[in-house]
Design a protein around this ligand. Structure first.
Ligand SMILES: [Zn+2]
Length: 991
């Protein structure tokens, strides 16, 4: 009872009022019964001290005193972690706190530098020397040796990039305090040799989301069942950031503010050691590096060498605590966008901690024992201190190797042969800016050709190009620079793992039906971003007169010819033109989009260009030019005023059918179960953050009870299947028929491509194995439609032909095999489906969906959905680009030709099953695509569009907005959701 309450009661009694009031007060109080005490759970209290016998500076407040609970007894929130670090920085002469960014939800991102007082007082000059040390072009042999002997090693220790893998952040509180407040010779010695940088919490939004879930599922009784929601969390979990990006994949794409801030900070410090901590499956033990095998051939040798040495030391530290651990096994570094692979490619000795995941309390292990949260924190802490101590002990050797490795990146005996990536200038200025921005952020030196030059090399499809003329302004990125290995990993067209990896992978697929590959196998930046790039086998070509390129292109006027009377045009080559269309419609401006290239007023404009005509906006309240100009300024676009709508020659005129008036999209995206969180997240990010359009975000479990009439665009990201969409399918079909644009992705698209439970005529491959000729016919017809030239003699003949020739041949395929053999074969092929490979899509340039695309489109393909479309369905992008077949080399023709010729003569010419005569299909661009999967995917549709009633169904076989980085396919998706209601569907005119 509080004093106040007691006084109130006394007053009431004194005033003579009222036993009743007293009784009520007591009754109300009596309901606050304390919960039953938990039954004792042996092993729940873990009491090993973190730093036994530590002597600390009493001026620095302890984390416990700030938190109000002992460190490690439960996970601290972002605000609590922030408070502890601020308190330490305020009092310790050895610690400084820096803000390096802000999350989408507005939480600050910090790193703390802890060093000897002497070093802490000269951080700026230290940084200058560290930068020099990371660029051997700037240091002589003597100076390099001197710096290696005198510089402190920089250890970057980062925790909790996955918000629901929490123990590391709590360990970082105790470590930071120990380093900043501890006394004694051992610690002084350590800090003389190291600059320790602690990033205590890389993903504050995810962690707080996880802790909110934990609070919601909190029980009074301790929970030790790792399947319980207290431990497992609920959709979408706390792993990702606000827009559900996995930031431990984002280092090479840098789409998220957290990543961008970190990359800048790492670039400022050039660390020699880089650790980041995670948690994994609860029943596991503890993993650290090295990874399974050196799969990424760009990894420097010194890193691997030191990873092994650090591992032996860390293992010894674990042995003294009798903790189990392992290295290698599932972890590989092929994908360069993890924290550990990215930092190693920068030259740092990398480490990764993976502790068995325990959210709070403890987890019951299969051995019957409990592993507590505090013990998990303790393991992260022991690992951290062991690594720091070992680094201090080996400081000079680690630094010398670091410099030697850097010399290999720039020197004449470099391990990566000299070559240069050439990227052509593009009318898609937004895309080009994005590419340049990423190159600058990662610290790569990019040059621009001052003169045109001629060179040979390879294009992104793996084709040789000879004597190609590259215009002035071409971007040139030579690998001979200090960050050669990271640069090469990010940009190289066709990375290959060691041969043994391929063998092991194939055997695993056949033995256990599961891939050993931990992430995607194709990520090449020029393909992901879809910029026209070439790989030239030389250092910077001298005739190009290259100069360092500016990454801040000159600002352009948002409007030209503002007094032009007819219309303003925003060129459709630029990705941001789609955002402009959507944002202008939100402001009430009437907008048209061109489905063909055109020329007005001596200006050439691309397909997809956005037009704002004076006539359409006759009733627009307010200054039209002001609104158009503002929207263009926001998006760095230019609206060109034109004085005529007359297109010369056969080019379209403004009043014809090629300038469709758009309908404002009213977009809704379905999320939550069963939608895949990543797919939802990148879709959400694109619409909300890149296009900047208003949208509604709905619960996929309530499709049938949602009033869908409010929307004219619905998006179903990847993840749903036929069963989960069953109850909503009828409402969706009615809604589409009434004029809606439905966009579905991956397995959710697959749910519509089913004869009985879906709608539309697209089908999934396994369901039509015996009818492949029907679908191939669509492929042949599309090709004929784009290529055919009729023979006038046949057309103007007066008699019908004796026999009509068809562009396909009966008996081309194996479809006549028995049904069960076809199924067996397809099941075999299905074993080898890609774990995210970059494939070439051929683009139908007549479809409004592909505005902004080139003749082929690199696309990242993963998942198991394979879409086939009959002639009644459009396939704006299909898998496989038809490239003119190179002439056969003469020697091949002479020796084997006679035999082959005989075989060919024996049966009719094969026409084509994969590629038309005279062409070859280029399908795999980058990454692992087994021949069986290639055979399965060739000619399948990547995206289909079909009219259904007054509306349309648009299906993507794989995720077009992948990681916010697949810019080529994102454009198609952006076209679909923004232009869809006007371009492919129709709504009634409202009287
Ligand atoms: Zn993780």
């Amino acid at each position: 009872m509080t004093l106040l309450l007691a006084r109130k009661i006394r007053l009431l009694l004194a005033s003579g009022t009222i036993l009743l009031a007293f009784a009520l007060a007591m009754a109300a109080h009596a309901q606050d019964l304390p919960p039953p005490q938990p039954s004792p759970l042996p092993g729940l209290n873990y009491d090993q001290p973190f730093f036994p016998n530590a002597q600390d500076d009493p001026n620095v407040p302890t984390p416990d005193s700030i938190l109000g609970f002992p460190v490690g007894s439960k996970p601290a929130t972002h605000a609590q972690i922030e408070a502890v670090f601020k308190a330490i920085a305020a009092k310790s002469p050895r610690a400084k706190l820096f803000v390096y960014g802000k999350t989408h939800e507005g939480r600050a991102l910090y790193y703390m530098v802890i060093a000897s007082e002497a070093n802490l007082n000269r951080l700026d000059s230290l940084k200058v020397n560290l930068a020099k040390f990371a660029d051997p072009r700037k240091v002589s042999k003597e100076e390099g040796d001197r710096l290696a002997a005198t510089l402190p090693a920089v250890a970057w220790m980062a925790y909790c990039i996955h918000g629901n893998e929490m123990s590391g952040s709590d360990a970082s509180l105790a470590v930071a305090y120990h380093l900043a407040a501890g006394t004694g010779a051992e610690l002084t010695n350590l800090l003389d040799k190291l600059v320790v940088i602690i990033d205590p919490l890389m993903n504050p939004d995810g962690r707080d989301r996880c802790l909110n879930m934990e609070a919601q599922n909190r029980t009074v009784q301790p929970s030790v069942d790792d399947q319980s929601m207290l431990h497992s969390g609920v959709w979408p979990s706390g792993r990702m950031n606000h827009y559900l990006f996995d930031m431990n994949r984002d280092w090479i794409f840098a789409t998220q503010p957290e990543t961008r801030g970190r990359i800048r900070a790492v670039h400022e410090w050039n660390p020699h050691y880089f650790m980041e901590s995670h948690e994994m499956e609860s029943q596991s033990t503890f993993l650290f590096l090295p990874g399974r095998e050196a799969v990424n051939l760009n990894q420097p040798d010194n890193v691997r060498k030191w990873e092994v040495a650090f591992a032996q030391d860390q293992a010894a530290a674990f042995d003294t605590h009798v903790w189990r651990y392992y290295t290698g096994e599932w972890n590989d570094d092929w994908y360069p966008g993890y924290s550990s692979s990215w930092s190693a490619l920068r030259g740092a000795v990398a480490n990764l901690y993976e502790e068995a995941g325990i959210h709070t309390d403890a987890v019951r292990r299969e051995e019957g024992t409990l592993e507590t949260y505090r013990e998990a924190v303790h393991k992260q802490l022991v690992s951290t201190m062991a690594n720091l101590t070992f680094l201090a002990k080996n400081r000079q050797a680690v630094l010398s190797d670091f410099l030697a490795e850097k010399r290999k990146c720039v020197g004449p005996d470099a391990s990566i042969p000299a070559h240069t990536f050439a990227v052509l200038a593009s009318a898609n200025a937004t895309r080009q800016r994005r590419f340049l921005d990423l190159m600058a952020l990662e610290g790569f030196e990019v040059y621009a050709a001052g003169e045109s030059f001629t060179a040979q090399g390879k294009d992104r499809l793996g084709r040789e190009v000879k004597d190609m003329k590259f215009p002035a302004g071409t971007l040139l990125i030579p690998v001979r620079q200090p960050l050669a290995r990271l640069l090469n990993s990010m940009l190289e067209f066709d990375p290959r793992p060691i041969p043994q990896f391929l063998t092991d992978e194939r055997r695993d697929l056949l033995r256990i039906g599961r891939s050993r590959i931990y992430d995607i196998t194709g990520w090449s930046l020029p393909m992901m971003f879809d910029v026209q790039a070439f790989d030239l086998p030389t250092d910077l070509p001298s005739e190009a007169q290259a100069k360092l390129a500016s990454n801040t292109p000159p600002a352009q006027a948002p409007m030209t010819n503002s007094d032009a009377g007819v219309a303003f045009v925003i060129d459709g080559a630029d990705d941001a033109s789609v955002a402009a269309a959507g944002r202008l419609m939100e402001r009430g401006v009437g907008v048209r989009v061109a489905d063909k290239p055109f020329q007005f007023d001596h200006h050439d404009f691309s397909r997809g260009s956005v037009l704002i005509t004076r006539k359409d906006n006759a009733n627009f309240a307010g200054p039209l030019t002001g609104v158009v100009s503002n929207v263009c300024a926001e998006l760095s676009l230019t609206a060109v005023g034109v004085r005529t709508g007359f297109g010369p020659g056969d080019l379209p005129d403004l009043g014809g059918e090629h300038f469709t008036f758009l309908k404002q999209p009213r977009i809704a995206i379905f999320g939550r179960e069963p939608i895949a969180a990543y797919s939802y997240g990148s879709t959400w990010y694109l619409i909300d953050h890149v296009l900047g359009l208003r949208a509604s975000y709905l619960d996929a479990q309530y499709i049938s009870s949602t009033d869908l009439r409010r929307y004219n665009v619905l998006v179903l990201p990847d993840g749903a299947g036929a069963n989960s969409l069953k109850s909503g399918m009828d409402s969706l079909k009615d809604w589409v028929s009434a004029g809606g644009t439905l966009v579905a992705i991956g397995s959710s698209a697959g749910a519509f491509a089913r004869e009985k439970s879906g709608f539309g005529a697209t089908r999934q491959l396994p369901n039509v194995l015996g009818k492949m000729d029907d679908y191939r016919q669509a492929v042949v017809r599309e090709w004929e439609a784009s290529q055919t030239t009729p023979d006038p003699a046949k057309v103007w003949a007066f008699s019908p032909p004796a026999a009509l020739s068809y562009p396909w041949q009966i008996g081309e395929s194996d479809d006549k095999e028995k049904e069960d053999e076809l199924k067996r074969r397809d099941a075999w092929r299905a074993i080898f489906m890609p774990e995210g490979a970059l494939l070439a899509g051929r683009v139908d340039d007549q479809s409004w969906l592909t505005a902004g695309c080139g003749e082929y489109l690199p696309l990242i393909y993963s998942g198991r959905t394979i879409l086939l479309s009959p002639p009644s369905v459009q396939a704006p992008v299909r898998l496989g680009f038809f490239s003119p077949a190179p002439p056969k080399p003469p020697e091949a023709a002479s020796s084997t030709e006679s035999k082959d010729k005989k075989k060919d003569d024996a049966k009719p010419a094969p026409g084509w099953t994969i590629a038309p005569p005279g062409f070859e299909m280029r399908l795999r661009m980058s990454g692992l695509l087994w021949p069986e999967a290639a055979d399965r995917l060739a000619n399948a549709a990547y995206v289909t569009r079909q009219s259904v009633g007054s509306g349309q169904l648009i299906l993507f076989a794989s995720d077009p907005t992948f990681r916010g980085a697949a810019l080529g396919t994102s454009r198609i998706f952006a076209n679909a959701v923004t232009l869809g209601p006007g371009m492919g569907a129709s709504e009634a005119i409202k009287p």
